[in-house]
Write a protein that binds this ligand. Structure first.
Ligand code: 5GP
Length: 126
């Protein structure tokens, strides 16, 4: 079954400028902004500007330029937050949730970059 993109989701509205965001970095294809409900001292969301629902949807259907830009921008966020090991940072976690079992709340593909403190175990089933 093909992916179905909901144009009314909150990140689509952020991309259309209908809802404000605290932007970290923006490129032609990608936007990174602070999560409204941070789960750690650093919590940034990286989203493609195109209409993709999940990680696998993005990887299957986005252009090479979009995919490269997304990941380079995510790396820039890590550098800007000072969490990259290459800059002497203490590390971070990249998380993407997909669908019901993944606990995805917003149906527009996003990568959470969280850090700034030890993050504990990887999975919780709370
Ligand atoms: P998900 O559960 O879909 O992986 O994550 C969605 C994330 O979007 C949550 O961490 C939530 O706090 C964040 N979020 C939801 N609405 C908004 C909003 O209007 N602005 C921002 N900046 N983040 C939001």
């Amino acid at each position: 079954m093909a992916h179905s993109y909901d144009e009314t989701n909150i990140f689509a509205r952020i991309l259309r400028g209908e809802i404000p965001n605290k932007t970290v970095i923006e490129t032609d294809h990608t936007l990174a902004f602070h999560d409204i409900n941070p789960q750690a001292p650093h919590h940034v969301l990286v989203i493609p500007k195109g209409p993709y629902v999940t990680f696998d949807h993005f990887c299957a259907e986005a252009s090479d330029a979009e995919i490269v830009d997304f990941h380079r921008t995510a790396a820039s966020v890590c550098a800007m937050l000072g969490v990259s090991l290459g800059d002497g940072g203490a590390g971070y976690r990249g998380i993407t949730n997909a669908g019901g079992h993944g606990g995805q709340e917003v149906p527009h593909y996003h990568l959470h970059i969280v850090g700034g403190a030890p993050l504990g175990r990887m999975l919780s089933r709370d």
